[in-house]
Design a protein around this ligand. Sequence first.
Ligand code: AMP
Length: 529
Amino acid sequence: MTEMQTQEFGNLVLDKKIVAALTDMGFEEPSPIQSQAIPLALEGKDVIGQAQTGTGKTAAFGIPIIQGLSERGKQVEALIMSPTRELAVQVAEEVSNIGKTKHVRVLPVYGGQPIERQIKSLKRGVQIVIGTPGRLLDHIRRGTIHLDHVRYLVLDEADEMLDMGFIDDMEEIMKNIPSERQTMLFSATMPLPILSLTKKYMRAPKLVTVSKEELTVPLIEQYYFETRDKVEGLSRLLDAEIDGRLIIFCRTKKGVDNLASALQSRGYSAEGLHGDLSQNQRDRVMKKFRDGSLDILIATDVAARGLDIDNVNFVINYDIPQDPESYVHRIGRTGRAGNSGVAMTFITPREFRQLKLIERVAKTKIKRRELPSVGDVLERQREQIVGRMETLLDMGNYHDYMPIVATLSKEYEVEDVAAAALKMMQEGAAALETPKENKGSSMENTGGRPGMVRFFVNIGRSQRITVPELVRTIAIEADIPARSVGLINIYDKFTFVEIPEEYAERVLGAMQHNTIRGHRINMEPAKAR
Ligand code: AMP
């Protein structure tokens, strides 16, 4: 037998081949339950893990089992009991991904699938069987599964198996497995019948749980959405209500990359941040996020650690955090320094328990919400058009277009003309935009006092902007002396601000598409009237 080469994966020392598989799966470091359970399991200890879907529990038992399997074995060496067909398939996929580089053979067996097919596969030889108790017993009774080489037994989601009335079947199966074995049991809760199973069938088991510390949750709004189509759900949120700086958390590097391309291809300004990027690339992404030229940052927990980013308005957990600490840490990125913040978490139906655990341990309330409807998205678009129109009307610099309206209104109602013009604008007609002069010359005639360039900024009193705040923001963002900022006139929906000519380009560069109080800024040289 060849000597196993090892490699570190966080605090774990694992078979190099397994680390390669984990890296390929996009894992950056062990989840908390993995950090605790795997060393014990590798020592051969029986382990009770208080954990559910979403914590990484499958790999917590999958990794040590795969590390301990014989190369190219054909006997069943590990048996995993699972409450449902859905979970059995999911576990089989995860385990076979982890075992890919070791060519481990994995088979899920569950009711509802023709038993003959399973028998054939079992005959061909598999090392890990994941089965629902009923179907496993069926195979045992038919003599189509041989369990005398089983060295690892896992009871996955034991409390669910209990709830589904499988307790007797579970015991019956355990009687057919050699007592010289390692047993691991994972369960979200520990009801009495499960505890007595652990007493009867496990040897000096070690208990691992996550989350004991007191957690302080920031006082921000917290919601969750249950959906199977997360990309679509996220797009709706982006279109209907999210306005401001957003960080999205994904579980893996792969997840970050996939989501970044999905959002980019839908036209959003989004970029990913994870451990595979060079320091330069990371700095570049962070700079864009800080200066407001990037709206959406997608990150893994690892990548986001140590990042000092203030005034994030929204945090979205695209994947549910693996433990309550991580939830609190992630959502703590928003609502800082007196800013408001909203945290939203996407879950699949299976992850509901993990959500409840987070709520309980973090002593917080995460309210259920429905995703915005298509109607909500349209409503938002309408509001945005109304807002832009109001600004335009208040400013009154559309007189070049009056002759067109005059001509059209001879034949059409003015309301129809206005609606048609809006449609044309939405379809991207250039005609409604005053042709832009190039930057250099447009800075020249802005109505500012001598030596100053007067800028138009699209936020005003309605956004609760104040003179000191504006001065401070401009001074900090463009790195110019605060006292150099000239006259400021704040109106309801817009503001004029004077900047010395020497700083004008710099201020424009720093402030354009930046945000103040979460509002995205549009800044342009004003027109002299
Ligand atoms: P589980 O709790 O086992 O159902 O796992 C939930 C999800 O977390 C699965 O999609 C796993 O692939 C993923 N996962 C497990 N461990 C890790 C890890 N260390 N890093 C990132 N993702 C993980």
